[in-house]
Write a protein that binds this ligand. Structure first.
Ligand code: SF4
Length: 311
């Protein structure tokens, strides 16, 4: 499959089937922390960067087999709303697979546009938009947008999303050491969060190798930001990956069982979800399998760890 990937386990979305609507690395921004890599085509132009008919065919073939999927998620190599066929894919999903929720990860740069808002209204259930800066100078430093996009464009788009659609909004702010983590910027970001009133505000930091030399905040620092802002629906994300030190196998076993009793997961996704090395996870998995508290099952040629009924 060329345009869909997974399902991968995500703490926020559960089993998420990813859809890539742009190739590497087409984006309207070139964020310093980007885990995909440096943007090679920075653009604000909407067009069919990958053939939508082929995306729809892949989705149709895959979802017809009724795999366990909690969300179909537009994400991947760059900014999904740059693809002018986004609305067609959403329409297809809502016609053929209306019970599967659809999520969109976006950098928020094109939400000010009528066509993008209209396409979201065709059936996206949950939008996870980014908002990393509330002032222009910080926005330029962290997100490095294409010409024509400024922080006011982003704010305007987010208000349109909130006021003109019924989607659930989980706003994400990624904090980078020395760029958007000073008190004044935190307060400005917090003020905007209170104005927008998203269902959740999710704060995150750099947890995977970034495109440019940047540094993460600690768990303590993220929790401090949560306290400073005081928005009641705030989640600290990214801590699991940032926190890793040696954790006793016994504790890892409990975390793994907690995951797989809800849904089966491949080993790599367990490691990813817990922010652990695959090798560390494998030791604990061997133990829970020997103790008959979990077992391996196979689906679509892939191996999953599944919690046993009695746990
Ligand atoms: S918007 Fe997303 S994909 Fe684009 S550069 Fe930023 S982090 Fe990377």
């Amino acid at each position: 499959m060329k345009y869909i990937f997974g399902p991968v386990f995500s703490r926020r979305l559960g089993l998420s089937l990813g859809v890539d609507l742009v190739p590497f690395k087409v984006c309207s921004m070139d964020c310093v922390y980007c885990e995909v890599g440096k943007t090679t085509l920075k653009t604000g132009e909407r067009k069919e960067y990958v053939p939508v008919d082929e995306v729809i065919k892949e989705l149709s073939d895959f979802l017809s087999r009724k795999p366990p999927v909690d969300f179909v998620t537009f994400s991947g190599f760059g900014e999904p709303t740059l693809n002018s066929g986004l609305g067609r894919v959403v329409e297809f999903l809502k016609t053929r697979f209306r019970n599967i929720p659809v999520a969109l990860l976006t950098n928020s740069s094109l939400l000010f546009r009528d066509d993008v808002i209209d396409e979201i209204k065709k059936g996206i259930d949950l939008v996870l938009p980014s908002f990393d800066a509330a002032s222009e100078s910080v926005f330029r430093k962290i997100n490095r947008p294409v010409e024509g996009i400024d922080v006011e464009t982003v704010k305007r788009g987010l208000f349109r999303l909130k006021n003109e659609t019924n989607v659930r909004i989980w706003l994400e702010t990624l904090f980078v050491k020395g760029i958007n983590d000073d008190k004044d910027e935190i307060n400005r970001i917090g003020k905007f969060v209170f104005e927008l009133e998203p269902e959740r505000w999710q704060i995150n930091t750099v947890v995977r190798p970034p495109a440019y030399d940047t540094h993460s905040l600690s768990e303590v620092e993220l929790k401090r930001i949560k306290e400073i802002v005081g928005y009641p629906f705030t989640d600290v994300i990214g801590v699991s990956s940032a926190r890793r030190k040696k954790i006793p196998v016994e504790n890892i076993k409990d975390e793994i069982l907690d995951l797989v009793k809800r849904r089966p997961c491949p080993v790599e996704e367990i490691a990813d979800a817990l922010g652990l090395l695959k090798e560390e996870v494998e030791v604990a998995i061997d133990a829970v399998v020997r103790e008959k508290r979990a077992e391996f099952v196979y689906y679509g040629g892939k191996k999953y760890l599944k919690g046993r009924e009695e746990i």
